[in-house]
Design a protein. Structure first.
Length: 190
């Protein structure tokens, strides 16, 4: 299932094979092709009773900066964003009737790495000079998956006002759908 979800953005791009041939140097930036501030990507796949959601966003949208934290205020913003990301039920508006319980959470970002360990090497310096992104991956087990008709990202837009639009791709029992969401139109159906 995880492999399916990770392959999803590429499956949706027409002519991906052609683009890959001409874009060798930028392969690691393909997830957010231009690293556009205010824009994020969300993939969701409902497979049986398992719902997987993956959010990819420039750190700027979630914490207001992309550099390594240089002050206590920066560290607080990172900790606050991480705490909100660790509570996905508040972000994705899953209906109570679906009975979805969080089974797994993975949060990845160069900004989070400093919290877990304090070693500093050339690899860290390399990260600091790049645009920082935050990746969040969630897996839910849903008791009544047929009650899960849509995701409502209103909570995500409220929690992270720097996120202005989300390019969403959803795979569910009715097939695959794409939608561009914003605070005025925060709902995507499966």
């Amino acid at each position: 299932m995880r492999r399916l979800l990770l392959a999803l953005p590429f499956a949706l791009l027409p002519g991906f094979a052609l683009a890959a041939e001409h874009d060798h140097d930028h392969a690691h930036h393909d997830s957010l092709s231009a690293h556009e501030h205010g824009a994020a990507e969300l993939d969701a796949a409902l497979d049986g009773s398992t719902l997987e959601i993956e959010l990819r966003s420039p750190a700027m949208n979630l914490v207001g900066f992309e550099h390594a934290p240089s002050s206590d205020a920066d560290k607080r913003k990172i900790a606050d964003a991480r705490k909100q990301l660790e509570q996905p039920n508040n972000l994705f508006g899953l209906p109570a009737a679906a009975g979805c319980s969080l089974a797994d959470t993975e949060l990845e970002s160069p900004l989070f790495e400093g919290e877990a360990h304090d070693h500093h090497d050339e690899h860290d310096e390399e990260h600091e000079s790049q645009h920082s992104e935050i990746h969040a991956h969630y897996r839910f087990d849903c008791a009544t998956p047929q009650a899960l008709q849509a995701l409502d990202l209103q909570g995500l837009f409220k929690a992270f006002p720097g996120t202005q639009k989300i390019q969403a791709q959803l795979i569910g029992p009715k097939g695959q759908r794409g939608a561009e969401l914003d605070a005025d139109q925060p709902r995507a159906t499966f």
